[in-house]
Design a protein around this ligand. Sequence first.
Ligand code: PLZ
Length: 448
Amino acid sequence: MTITQNKLPQVRKVVTAIPGPKSTEALKRRTEATSGGLGMAIPVVIQRAHDAILEDIDGNLIIDLGSGIGVTNVGNSASRVVENVIAQVQNFTHTCFTVAPYMGYIEVCEALNRLTPGTHAKKSLLVNSGAEAVENAVKIARHYTKRPAIVVFEHSYHGRTNLTMALTAKNMPYKEGFGPFATEIYRMPMPYPYRWVGDKATITEDALEMVTHKIEKEIGAHNVAAILIEPIQGEGGFIVPPKGFLPGLSEYSSKNGIVFIADEVQTGFARTGHLFAVEEESVVPDIMITAKGIAGGLPLAAVTGRAEIMDSSHASGLGGTFGGNPIACAAALGAIATIEEEKLVERSRHIGEILGSSLRAMAAKYPVIGEVRGRGAMQAIELVVPGTTEPNGAAMASVIAHCQKNGVLVLSAGTYGNVIRFLPPVVITDELLKDALSVLEEGIAAIA
Ligand code: PLZ
């Protein structure tokens, strides 16, 4: 089926104050109607979005450098996603895969088994959200190993459900007042290169030594079901582990019968200049968790792993009403086809070059930027008090406010609340990205 999509022009256009009068009115209703527990990155109400442009109800065209937190990698309302969704919604909307199966679910699993690293036999399970996928990966690893302990890291983020809050590092805002939390979760030191207090020349060996020592002395390796890690930590501030750390953990896991789980929820689907971030160091996880970018904006997440691990549960031990909803699966097949046919992995590397070189040039000029880090279309700047490594949350807030006022959506991140992260749709044009970066630079220059 081909549809006619009247796509928004890929240009920035600010026609009112942000928020404009219509958004301001609508946001009053938001406050009245929606839970006060929900945050808001930019105070506008959206009526349309295509590729890397968001249009608010006042007619402002805003450059999206967040992709709805790393989701619309293939662009907002990408054509293949829209076409597949329309075709599917006309055929059927739901059966529940564990009641009466359908091909879309099977085909998404086949695609994941084919595309994730490793040539071993793989199988997949589909669920609704990243957190639900993390929960299931932990369930499966525990069932397979018959062991209780889960090893996680400082600065990690894995979700907002009870188990995934326990797996997540940061208290405020994710955990504060929401306990008690699940047990048998053990948090390990994370080699955060920029803030590592030890010798940076031996960071990988030293961190691996600390982690394995703690596992052996405090848990017992034979009690560990899984080591769970984000290949680049997302909410924690785009912390890139030093070279060799992920391969070291993966090797230690296989030597000790531990399931090595990569949480690729934020890093997956052409985000980092690879289809999956673990590919950078040729790491082959036993289980990979994906979500966000998998379905171009529809809610879908997956657990993909070694066939013997994924098959270890008894039938009906896994499931859920909506998991792998047919419309979300149709969207995923459209998103995956877009990534492959439009060569978005290469595009992500190209974006990485523009982003990286321009951010590094800014860092050389403005000492408020303590570090530029990340990979491909997933990069960030960590803001500090010039001349120190002291986190500069005020600078972050003021740069983000400048970007918003001028029609550029950027997101914050970081354990210390001082990181600005860039997660543009991978289809963003060079011109649009450069325009957004010039607005960012004005914001940084203004506080320098
Ligand atoms: N694992 C690595 O990044 C979601 C959270 C936004 P869900 N990150 C964005 C917020 O403030 O709620 C995420 C992630 C990693 C798991 C998750 C959880 O994915 O789809 O939000 O449940």
